[in-house]
Design a binder for this molecule. Structure first.
Ligand SMILES: [Zn+2]
Length: 279
């Protein structure tokens, strides 16, 4: 999400809007391509958690062919890795908990000094913060950079002039889920989106939400959130659900932005950061 905040939708437009994503991988200015080969590989967009499992199996197979194995503590971890989960979130959560438990026991699931899942996640969070700062955003969701996981970063520091309490506010939200919307009070504010450059529309949203998430220290939260943060988080969590703010604007407004969305999909984009249409 970008300032000033704004947001209104229609299925065909939604599809077009989703097809726009930040060009993070091909952009040489992004630190996301400066990492290891594995990180770059990890950043590739996969819509299917099975792909990740497949990759791991192939890696293990190759390792064994070389007389090595990525197994940790015998077959237990391999067995864990082979577990089938339908939701990549559950998988991420399970891995985080496993790593946490391992470290509490003075162990780590790191193999051969390579990045563990937790380190990869921290690197991804750092990269997302950098991408968000460079594009002057106040919020960025992992699907916007082609990563099919529930991860959101938010900075409210740019608002500190008007809201001193937001000075230094930079947070990552791992596996966020909005549990409740307080519909008793709504507010209509303009929203913009890094994935939809040049489009700003008023969006009506509840002023208060209850959200569950895991923070960067892997601590679980379940809290009521209000104010501007609630607005930004609703916008970002929408990305995780395959929605963009134009899905929430009035039908008439939607018609008005239709041509702009079509232009974006054709690659006609004018903004200071690079984007690319997703196929
Ligand atoms: Zn957005």
């Amino acid at each position: 999400m970008i300032l000033p905040i704004y947001t209104y939708g229609q299925p065909v437009l939604r599809k077009q809007a989703q097809d726009i994503a930040l060009d993070s991988l091909d952009n040489g200015q992004s630190s996301m391509v400066n990492g290891s080969k594995d990180l770059q590989r990890d950043l590739q967009c996969t819509s299917d958690p099975l792909d990740e499992g497949q990759r791991r199996l192939e890696h293990e197979k190759a390792s064994r062919a070389n007389g090595q194995s990525s197994m940790v503590n015998g077959s237990k971890d391999l067995q864990r890795d082979l577990q089938c989960t339908s939701d990549p979130l559950d998988e991420g959560q399970r891995r985080l908990e496993h790593e946490k438990a391992s470290r509490a026991n003075g162990q780590s699931s790191m193999v051969n000094g390579q990045c563990s899942t937790v380190n990869d996640l921290k690197q991804l969070i750092a990269d997302m913060f950098e991408t968000m700062y460079k594009s002057d955003g106040v919020g960025l969701a992992a699907p916007q950079i082609g990563k099919a996981i529930r991860l959101v970063v938010v900075t409210l520091d740019p608002l500190k002039e008007d809201f001193p309490e937001y000075a230094g506010f930079n947070r990552a939200y791992i596996n966020p889920h909005i549990l409740e919307f307080d519909d008793s009070e709504t507010e209509t504010l303009e929203e913009g989106c890094l994935s939809l450059p040049g489009i700003h529309e008023p969006v009506k949203r509840p002023k208060r939400i209850r959200m569950a998430w895991v923070d960067e220290e892997l601590k679980q939260h379940d809290e009521w959130i209000d104010g501007y943060l609630a607005r930004v988080l609703q916008h970002e969590v929408d990305h995780l659900e395959g929605k963009v703010f134009t899905d929430r604007i009035a039908p008439l407004r939607k018609q008005l932005v239709k041509s702009k969305l079509s232009s974006l999909q054709r690659g006609k984009v004018n903004c200071h950061y690079r984007v690319k249409p997703m196929r």
